[in-house]
Write a protein that binds this ligand. Structure first.
Ligand code: ATP
Ligand code: MG
Length: 537
């Protein structure tokens, strides 16, 4: 019997189909245009990287790294099956060789494991030989034999036979890795890069939350030259931050995204006189109200107290409002930077809302953090998150470097645009602006070429070629159709015109052109068709 398994896209992933992909392309193309005007160039990055890169850059304690990454072992070669005790020696020889050639990770861990397998295996082999030589095998010898075989196979299982690799859950880590790898500190600074592409996180799928989703992001990286006066460059940093935020806002405005709200905050820097001091105060305050907090927040008092501020739990809101605020505990430099950021945003006409509860949990995040929300998305309404991360490049092995960047959730931008379009269709006056701009999506066909007869076929092929060269979207049926059927098909495709080519048209050179919207038709000279349609565009 035929196998009738129906394959389906894996949970949390989805196909994007035409005509929706037109909107995706427009959203991406607009990003390229807008970011280009701000001097950003595109970087294309690998989809997978060493797990360790994300563990370091995103943080081993975060949900993303600890629970949500798609990780796997990438083996360079096949090894004999360990379930078969008879293949233990073959396995050991292969692993010893692969360690030498670097086909398995040359780590202290692997070195230790392989030595243990070797020792246990040698003893295993010796006891086996002894057992074989005994006319009456002793129980002790047999136990010894079992013990060594167990040990050898135990250590063998613990040997890492490949590199730990993960599908990228975000791209900032990769951009920083690439900045270091290609020595971009030697280029004119700052280096401004943007990227577009899929990210992967094992989250619970719901509206606006997928396991494969798409981000459009950008980063500004700048090598810190020795002897720069950190306090003096605060103003410059704030201007860079403001321009990056302005760029996202200009982009969203160009897309016609509705209900866009920008939240900003400063989270200071990790020194004791700044954020670290604040976190201590926050912890103490949280300890006092511990009994009234939910389980997650209770746990976070120890692991990541800043994250408590993020809580959406209704019962915690009143408590959180009374907690100490980072804004009151910033050091002089961070306070100056934050004031300058706000002034810079005002200079650029960028409206913002201060949100002291906007935080990032990792040490190297500093000063500017921002988040942008949009309409039509329910509780998953964040369309962009960003911030300053001086120190990340250094953490990844590079020289001291400043960084600021953001990531836009493209899926959510698209959803919001689609919601606005729906609202227009249903007459919600609040949303008309966006919908108009979104609705400019074109139909799939300009001209349907209806033809009948051998001589008409050659003319139709030529007409289609000329029209396509002129940029029109043309549908040319592969076999002749009765004109009635052809017109029905043209209608279904939403074509604007049907070009009708029969024996008469070919003979006279006067082609029939039917406008499908109103059903009118007239004659156009074949040679003039392209010019005629261009005039109608
Ligand atoms: P959220 O709080 O919504 O989970 P996040 O803090 O995890 O967002 P970031 O890591 O800052 O998000 O990523 C930036 C943007 O990417 C988010 O604002 C959102 O628009 C989008 N995003 C993040 N995770 C997903 C996902 N699983 N599916 C779709 N979009 C996502
Ligand atoms: Mg998330």
């Amino acid at each position: 019997m035929a196998n009738k398994t129906k394959f389906q896209a894996i949970k949390g992933t989805r196909d994007l189909l035409p005509p929706e992909t037109e909107l995706w392309n427009r959203v991406e193309q607009t990003a390229r245009e807008v970011f280009g005007t701000f001097g950003f160039g595109e970087i294309r990055l690998p989809i997978f990287e060493p797990t360790e890169l994300f563990a370091r850059a995103v943080g081993g304690e975060t949900d993303i790294v600890s629970k949500e990454m798609y990780s796997f072992e990438d083996r360079q070669r096949q090894f004999p099956d360990l379930d078969d005790l008879g293949k233990l020696e073959e396995f050991l020889l292969a692993v010893e060789d692969a360690y030498k050639t670097g086909e398995i990770p040359q780590t202290p861990w692997n070195k230790g494991m392989i030595e243990r397998v070797r020792l246990a295996f040698n003893s295993f082999r010796d006891t086996r030989d002894e057992l074989n030589a005994m006319s009456e095998p002793s129980m002790e010898k047999f136990q010894e034999y079992a013990h060594y075989s167990f040990s050898a196979s135990h250590w063998a299982h613990l040997t890492k036979l490949g590199d730990e690799i993960s599908l990228r859950p975000e791209a900032t880590a990769s951009v920083c890795r690439a900045y270091i790898e290609h020595g971009m500190h030697a280029l004119a600074q700052p280096v401004k890069l943007y990227y577009v592409g899929p990210m992967f996180r094992r989250e619970r799928p719901q509206k606006g939350r997928y396991r494969q989703f798409y981000q459009i992001g950008a980063e500004v990286l700048e090598a810190i030259t020795p002897n720069t006066d950190a306090t003096k460059s605060l103003g410059k940093d704030a201007a860079v931050d403001a321009e990056v935020i302005e760029m996202v806002m200009v982009y969203f405005a160009r897309l016609g995204l509705e209900g866009v709200v920008l939240d900003i905050n400063s989270i200071g820097h990790s020194a004791p006189e700044c954020r670290r001091g604040y976190v201590e105060k926050l912890k103490a305050a949280l300890e006092k109200v511990k009994d009234k907090l939910g389980e997650d927040s209770k746990r976070r008092i120890e692991t990541n107290p800043l994250r408590v501020l993020d809580s959406k739990l209704e019962s915690e809101q009143a408590i959180i409002e009374k907690l100490p605020r980072i804004g009151d505990h910033l050091c002089a430099d961070c306070a100056k930077h934050y004031a300058e950021l706000k002034r810079q945003l005002e200079l650029r006409g960028v409206a913002y809302r201060e949100n002291w509860r906007l935080v990032r949990g990792l040490d190297y995040y500093m000063r500017t953090t921002f988040e942008i929300t949009a309409r039509g998305l329910g509780s998953q309404n964040a369309v962009c998150g960003g911030g300053r991360y001086d120190g990340l490049v250094e953490l990844l092995g590079g020289a001291p470097t400043k960084g600021i960047g953001f990531a836009i959730g493209e899926d959510r931008v698209i959803l919001s645009l689609q919601e606005a379009k729906k609202a227009v269709a249903s007459g919600d006056p609040d949303q008309v602006g966006a919908g108009r701009r979104v609705a400019s999506g074109k139909s799939g066909c300009d001209v349907y070429v209806a033809w009948m007869g051998k001589t008409a076929e050659a003319t139709a092929i030529r007409a289609a070629r000329d029209l396509r060269q002129a940029g029109f979207r043309v549908e040319l049926p592969p076999v002749e159709q009765k004109f009635g059927k052809a017109l029905g098909q043209a209608d279904k495709l939403g074509a604007r015109y049907a070009l009708i080519l029969g024996e008469d048209e070919v003979a006279s050179g006067e082609w029939t052109l039917k406008t499908l919207a109103d059903g009118t038709q007239g004659k156009v000279r074949g040679a003039e068709l392209v010019a005629y349609l261009r005039g109608k565009k």
